[in-house]
Design a protein around this ligand. Sequence first.
Ligand code: GDD
Ligand code: MN
Length: 377
Amino acid sequence: MPYDLAIIVPTLNERDNIEPLVALLDRTLAGERWQVLFVDDDSTDGTLDVLRRLARDRANVSVLHRVGRRGLSSACIEGMLATAAPYLAVMDADLQHDETLLPRMLTLLRDEDREIVVASRFAEGASAAGLASARREMVSRVGNFLANRITGAPLTDPLSGFFMLRRELLDTVVHDLSGTGFKILLDIFASSPRVPRYAELGFTFRERQAGESKLDSQVIWEFGMLLADKTLGRWIPVRFILFALVGLLGVGVHLLVLGVMLHLAGVVFLWSQATATVVAMTSNFALNNAFTYRDRRLRGLGFVWGLLSFYLVCAIGAVVNVEVADLVYRNGAHWALAGFVGAVVGSVWNFGVSAIVTWGPLRPRRKTPPSSDAGAT
Ligand code: GDD
Ligand code: MN
């Protein structure tokens, strides 16, 4: 059956919420041609078993299982791209979003010429009782203010995770979406060449029933990253800016260690300089791992391998740096300029190569050992 409406539901460990959600959708959308597409990022709590059981039973339930990736935005985008339905809704799995809004949203798109309808926790008549903490509500309000500077529209809830849009709108923005983090709605508005014709509907953000929030601690950081990406990111990749800032901090760490060893501990220069270099590389790695590559953070053994590869990358970077600076210097440039050019080329090298080797496609990955009952026959 061809579907008019696809509801995209990102899931990460939502086992006990799936069946109640589908039952609610059944009730609200009776009479519509709708499907629900769950996009699961490899949940470990049995969510996938529940999803597959439902999907085997019913034609209008399907599952997109993503492995080795994370992220609310990219999950929603891929979900929307995996269906041909002309109307697309995005909604949380945890029953915090009021599904009874869906028919009204659909009417606004179908009959009222809107391109996107946003369910708002802060519009008139809305309530955000389910925002667990005062801190969280504060973050939301400050976020709204900043966010509207890039959406170009006075949305009351630009961070909402509940909205419905026409496929044509998705098509016009899809190549420009940043896809990182969780701010998909903001991303759609910010990527649209003009403010889309939108409507807002207030609703009561319910309390989460089962499971726990995945966004609470990540919200602020990722939001800052998205803002940076939509502003500075047009000229310089945000990761490079962070990498460079960490590098600058690394110079400070280096000088501090060098000074302390040389003057307070009385160690000879060569050893002081060597130690300072290793300490600075290690702290650069740890900081980049915690911030620049927060979304791909290496842990455990991966951290150790990552660190070793980072040392190697930086060692080659240092050679490149010295060679380039020497070349520039011998061609008559001022010593400071030659040194600067060498340092920049070395940093770009470190950034580019570590992006591939340390945190990118060549990064160390964990494999689970084969279970004892599989295998030999
Ligand atoms: N596939 C996938 N991948 N799903 C995810 C991921 C992920 O990395 N992270 C979270 N989810 C799913 C959750 O399973 C849930 O269905 C939905 O996305 C929302 O996650 P919550 O963890 O419940 O978010 P929240 O309630 O704290 O945050 C709410 O407010 C945000 C703005 O402040 C949500 O409404 C968000 O959508 C909203 O952006
Ligand atoms: Mn939630």
